[in-house]
Design a protein around this ligand. Structure first.
Ligand code: HEC
Length: 100
């Protein structure tokens, strides 16, 4: 086995635990950009801005969209695509963005 193969296989082993983790918030947030703007900064009536939204409020909104407790046209489908862990990660990301 040459050094490249050893390096490659150890990289693969290192990558495995990472792949089992929930999607990082920033990556998941790319899914939202089409409607909510990059970094959650689009502001218009139909698509609420996500930047700066408090974490608890964000997680509650996603949870309620998923369960159908909160009525939505589009967000129920979006919310179904993510786990509660991913809601938390996205909440951290959006809460850290400034609406300016
Ligand atoms: C296809 C367009 C679309 C996409 C993609 C989308 N949203 Fe939405 N979002 C909406 C609309 C429209 C609403 C208003 C509620 C409704 O009618 O569904 C909304 C509302 C919300 C709200 C509630 C905002 C508030 O002021 O209470 C949150 C939170 C939210 N979206 C998060 C997300 C996240 C996180 C993603 C990405 C994972 C995402 N959205 C992707 C269209 C979209």
């Amino acid at each position: 086995m040459n050094i490249n193969k050893i390096l490659l296989s150890s990289l693969f082993v290192l990558a495995l635990p990472v792949m089992a983790e929930p999607m990082p918030g920033e990556m998941a947030a790319q899914t939202c950009a089409a409607c909510h703007g990059t970094q959650g900064k689009l502001v218009n009536e139909a698509f609420p801005a996500l930047a700066g939204m408090p974490k608890a409020q964000f997680v509650q909104a996603m949870t309620d969209f998923k369960s159908g407790k909160r009525a939505s046209t589009l967000m129920i489908k979006v919310a179904e695509g993510f786990t509660p862990e991913e809601y938390e990660a996205m909440a951290d990301y959006f809460a850290a963005q400034k609406l300016d």
